[in-house]
Design a binder for this molecule. Structure first.
Ligand code: UTP
Length: 292
């Protein structure tokens, strides 16, 4: 029997947003399918979850996003053709993605906000803890960020959000946490503020998009009133959660890329290309050429 603070086996990946910051690319192609080099962003996110021990991935999706489900399925036509042509290694690259995880998708029929998207997962998650990973944020780290959070959750028996320290002039771009520091990296959250002015920010710890939550969050989200733009905000649900249960913030180790932003996307593309032994020398030459 799964329990509220038991092992974390499931993850929710909300991917039902409109992706307007990436128009026109996202007119017909889901933002999550845009690749960093040759791997769709969503695959990098799923890989992080799988490396954290997650078995079931609940994808919150929307109309015109079938490409994501197809990506994690087998593509018999491509794989069979490659095998017949003697390209078994390439066929395996395609098949491996199909084998990666057990994907369960749920439609969010209207984009009513991130909190609402998470609430859509309740029928599949039930009374179990779960991770949430946002596809807009890539976190490159030796120990996957979600694994770092799962370890804190299982050790502390408390929900935990991943945070990173940002400069004072950037706090207004994020949800910011405030509370009591338990260790230099761990905070007992008392307060969450969405996009505060620098002087109103309770700390410089920002939430980029990684969480491990107890199922109590569902009840909190049901009681959360729509905020900005009529959307149900996850941050508001988390504030309620912090009033009912212990909610921690953990400063994870790793480099975070905001791939929902054009420059962040370019930064991630260059960084991930430079990490690839087959591409790094060529990429360095290209960069030298452009920089003169
Ligand atoms: P964002 O607002 O950053 O993403 O939501 P977006 O709506 O896709 O993109 P822009 O801002 O229009 O360019 C953060 C995450 O929450 C999901 C998005 O898919 C994204 O992964 N989301 C947001 C939902 O699943 N449902 C929603 O109603 C809102």
């Amino acid at each position: 029997m799964a329990s509220t603070f038991g092992r974390v086996r499931k993850a929710v990946i909300p991917a039902a947003g409109l992706g307007t910051r990436f128009l026109p690319a996202t007119k017909a192609v889901p933002k999550e399918m845009i690749p960093i080099v040759d791997i769709p962003m969503i695959q990098l996110i799923v890989e992080e979850a799988v490396r954290a021990g997650i078995e079931d991935i609940v994808l919150i999706t929307a109309r015109h996003k079938e490409a994501i489900e197809n990506h994690f399925d087998y593509n018999y036509e491509v794989e069979d053709t490659l095998e017949k042509k003697g390209k078994a290694d390439l066929a395996e690259v395609s098949k491996a993605v199909g084998k990666m995880c057990n994907l369960i998708s749920i439609r969010q029929k209207n984009p009513m906000g991130l909190g609402h998207a998470v609430l859509c997962a309740e029928p599949v998650i039930g009374n179990e803890p779960f991770a949430v990973l946002l596809g807009d944020d890539l976190i490159d780290s030796t120990v996957p960020c979600t694994k770092q959070l799962v370890e804190i959750f299982e050790e502390q028996k408390a929900s935990v959000v991943g945070v990173m320290e940002v400069p004072a002039d950037e706090v207004s771009k994020y949800g910011i946490v405030g509370g009591k520091m338990l260790t230099p990296r761990l905070m007992d959250i008392k307060q969450l503020v969405e996009k505060p002015a620098p002087q109103a920010a309770p700390s410089r710890f920002a939430i980029p998009g990684r969480y491990v939550l107890s199922p109590t969050i569902f009840q909190c989200l049901k009681e959360t009133k729509p905020g900005k733009g009529g959307e149900i905000q996850l941050t508001d649900g988390l504030q309620l959660l912090a009033e009912r249960e212990r909610l921690l913030a953990y400063q994870f180790s790793g480099t975070r890329y905001d791939t929902g932003d054009r420059l962040g996307f370019i930064d991630a593309t260059i960084a991930y290309a430079l990490k690839r032994a087959d591409l790094a020398p060529g990429v360095k030459e290209i960069l030298k050429k452009h920089l003169g």
